[in-house]
Write a protein that binds this ligand. Structure first.
Ligand code: C2O
Length: 551
C-alpha cells in the first residue's frame, strides 16, 4: 500500500446551468469535484484549504475511519469547521473496503455543489468477484438550484417552512435535454457493443431518493456501499442519498439503431410537494468507421426512454431493498453479530417544534417544522463533540441521556398523537467498546408516512430485517436474516415501516447518525453515538492532529 496526496482548494467558480450563471463553491474549480482513487489499504492525505467566505468541512462518506475519527469531517461533530484562509489535512487509511464511496461537504447545504466520487480498487492482483469490466464509469446524481443553496436553507430555517425545491436533477452535474436549454448539458456514455461496463452509481442529491434506469438494458447489481453483494439483474435501481451502487452494464452484441436514455427521477413518499422531473443522459453506441461512412446522411437514431416506477411505489422499494444481500462467501464473509448486547428502538419522523427566540416562524402558533429521533430534535453544538469527548469537556456541550426507546409509544401507522411537539437537545448515546448493537428504526408517519435514508458514520451495519407497519418485537425478530444481510452505511427506513440494523461498536470516537435527506437533517433528524476506547492500545482513539481547526 502507498500514500496518495490530494490538494483540495475550496474556491468559487462560475457555472452555468438552465440558462443561468451562478458562482458556486467548488473543489479546485471543478464541478462535480475531483475523483479520489485509492487501493484498499492505501493512506489518503488530503489537504483542504478554504478560500471562500463560508466555513467548510469535508466528509469521506462510507470510509470506516478506524481510529481516525478526527478525519471523518462532519462539522461540529468530529471537528470545528475550516474557516476562511485555513487549511486542514485529512489523513486516513482505507482498510478492509473496496468499491465506490464518495466525499461531500458536511456543513449546512454546501454539499449541493461540493461532492465527488471515491473509487477504492481492490489490492493489486486481487480480481473483482465478477467479470472484469472493459471500462469503469462513475455516475453521480445531484440536484441543482438556480438560487444560492445557502440562501435557500437559511430562509427555510428562518421561516420554519419547507425549503424551495431544486430546479433540476443532474447526472455528473448535467441536467440533460428534458430541462430548459440544457440539451448541450447532457451526460453522454459512449459504449462499444458486446462489452461490460462497471457503472459506479452515487446518489449525491440533497433531498430525493432516485429511481435509475437505462432504456432497453438490464444491469447487474454487484456492490452496494463498497460491499460486494450477490449479483442480481434489474431494469431499475433504487438509490437513496448517501448510497452507492455498482452495476455491470453488458452492452448489446451489435450496434443498435437507437440511442438509449439513462434516466433518474425521485422515489418520494413524503408530504412535501416534490419535483417529478427527470434527468437524462445518453447511452450511445459508437459506430464502426465502416458503418459511419454508410450512415453519414442518416438521421439521428431515435431516443428510447425507460419506464420508471411511479413516484411513491413503496412496494417496488421494499422488494428492491430486500434483494440486496451480502456476497457472504469464504473470501468475503458477512460478519453479522449473532448476539446482541444492547437494543435500541428509535422512532424517526417529522413533527413541530417551538420557534427559536426572536424569530417569527410561520407554522401554527408560531411553531416550525422539525424532525426528530425518539422525539429529540438534535441541536448542533458550538464546538466539536469529538474534542469535547476526548478532552473530557462535555459540560455545556452535550448530555449522555439520548433515550434508548421512544418516550411514548403509539400506533405508528395509525392516527398520529395529537401532540406532535418534539423536544430538543444535544444528546448522545455512550457505548462501551465492542458493544454489539441492535437498532430498530421505525418511521413515525407523523404528518405523513415517509421513507428516511439513515446514514451511520464510522461503521457498516447489517440490515437484518425490514417490514411494513409497526415493528413487532415478538414476531419480527424471527424473520431476521443473520446469514447474508446487506452490509452498508445508509439504509432507507421504509415509508410507514421499520428496518432492523446490527453493528459492533469497534471504532472509538463520536459518530454521527442522520437522515441523508438534507432537509430532514436541517430539521434535526440526527444524533450521535460515542464509542469509548477499549483497553488495548490499538483500541484507543489517538490524539487529534495539531492542525485540527478550532471553533
Ligand atoms: Cu454523507 Cu453525515 O453524511
Amino acid at each position: 500500500s502507498i500514500t496518495r496526496h490530494y490538494n483540495f482548494n475550496i474556491k468559487l467558480q462560475n457555472v452555468t446551468r438552465l440558462c443561468q450563471t451562478k458562482s458556486i463553491v467548488t473543489v479546485n474549480g471543478q464541478f462535480p469535484g475531483p475523483r479520489i482513487i485509492a487501493r484498499e489499504g492505501d493512506r489518503l492525505v488530503i489537504k483542504v484549504t478554504n478560500r471562500v467566505q463560508n466555513n467548510v468541512s469535508i466528509h469521506w462518506h462510507g470510509v470506516r475511519q478506524l481510529r481516525s475519527g478526527w478525519a471523518d469531517g462532519p462539522a461540529y461533530i468530529t471537528q470545528c469547521p475550516i474557516q476562511t484562509g485555513q487549511t486542514y489535512v485529512y489523513n486516513f487509511t482505507v482498510t478492509g473496503q473496496r468499491g465506490t464511496l464518495w466525499w461531500h461537504a458536511h456543513i449546512s447545504w454546501l454539499r449541493a455543489t461540493l461532492y465527488g466520487p471515491i473509487v477504492i480498487l481492490p489490492k493489486r492482483h486481487v480480481p473483482y468477484p465478477f467479470p472484469q469490466p472493459f471500462k469503469e464509469v462513475p455516475i453521480i446524481f445531484g440536484e441543482w438550484w438556480k438560487a444560492d443553496t445557502e440562501t435557500v436553507i437559511n430562509q427555510a430555517m428562518q421561516t420554519g417552512l419547507a425549503p424551495n425545491l431544486s430546479d433540476a436533477y443532474t447526472i455528473n452535474g448535467l441536467p440533460g435535454p428534458l430541462y430548459n436549454c440544457s440539451a448541450k448539458d447532457t451526460f453522454k456514455l459512449k459504449v462499444k457493443p458486446g462489452k461490460t461496463y462497471l457503472l459506479r452509481l452515487i446518489n449525491a442529491a440533497l433531498n430525493d431518493e432516485l429511481f435509475f434506469s437505462i432504456a432497453n438494458h438490464t444491469v447487474t447489481v454487484v456492490e452496494a456501499d463498497a460491499v460486494y453483494v450477490k449479483p442480481f439483474g434489474t431494469n431499475i435501481v433504487l438509490i437513496t442519498p448517501g448510497q452507492t451502487t455498482n452495476v455491470l452494464l453488458k452492452t448489446k452484441s451489435s450496434v443498435p439503431n437507437a440511442t438509449f436514455a439513462i434516466a433518474a427521477r425521485p422515489y418520494a413518499t413524503g408530504p412535501a410537494a416534490f419535483d417529478n422531473s427527470t434527468t437524462i443522459g445518453l447511452l450511445e453506441y459508437k459506430e464502426t468507421s465502416l458503418s459511419n461512412t454508410k450512415s453519414k446522411n442518416k438521421k439521428l437514431p431515435p431516443l428510447l426512454r425507460p419506464v420508471l416506477p411511479k413516484f411513491n411505489d413503496t412496494v417496488f422499494a421494499m422488494n428492491f431493498n430486500k434483494k440486496v444481500r451480502s456476497l457472504a462467501n469464504e473470501k468475503f464473509p458477512a460478519k453479522v453479530p449473532k448476539t446482541v448486547d444492547k437494543q435500541f428502538f428509535f422512532t424517526v419522523g417529522l413533527g413541530i417544534s417551538t420557534c427559536p427566540k426572536n424569530q417569527a416562524c410561520q407554522g401554527p402558533n408560531n411553531t416550525r417544522v422539525a424532525a426528530a429521533i425518539n422525539n429529540v430534535s438534535f441541536v448542533m453544538p458550538n464546538t466539536a463533540l469529538l474534542q469535547a469527548h476526548f478532552f473530557n469537556q462535555s459540560k455545556g456541550v452535550y448530555t449522555t441521556d439520548f433515550p434508548a426507546n421512544p418516550p411514548f409509544k403509539f400506533n405508528y401507522t395509525g392516527t398520529p398523537p395529537s401532540n406532535i411537539l418534539v423536544s430538543s437537545g444535544t444528546k448522545v448515546v455512550v457505548l462501551p467498546f465492542n458493544t454489539s448493537v441492535e437498532l430498530i428504526l421505525q418511521d413515525t408517519s407523523i404528518i405523513a408516512a415517509e421513507s428516511h435514508p439513515l446514514h451511520l458514520h464510522g461503521f457498516n451495519f447489517f440490515v437484518v430485517g425490514q417490514g411494513n407497519g409497526n415493528f413487532d418485537p415478538k414476531k419480527d425478530p424471527s424473520t431476521f436474516n443473520l446469514v447474508d444481510p446487506a452490509e452498508r452505511n445508509t439504509a432507507g427506513v421504509p415509508s410507514g415501516g421499520w428496518v432492523a440494523l446490527r453493528f459492533v461498536a469497534d471504532n472509538p470516537g463520536v459518530w454521527f447518525m442522520h437522515c441523508h435527506l438534507e432537509v430532514h437533517t436541517s430539521w434535526g433528524l440526527k444524533m450521535a453515538w460515542i464509542v469509548q476506547d477499549g483497553k488495548l492500545h490499538n483500541q484507543k482513539l489517538p490524539p487529534p492532529p495539531s492542525d485540527l481547526p478550532k471553533c
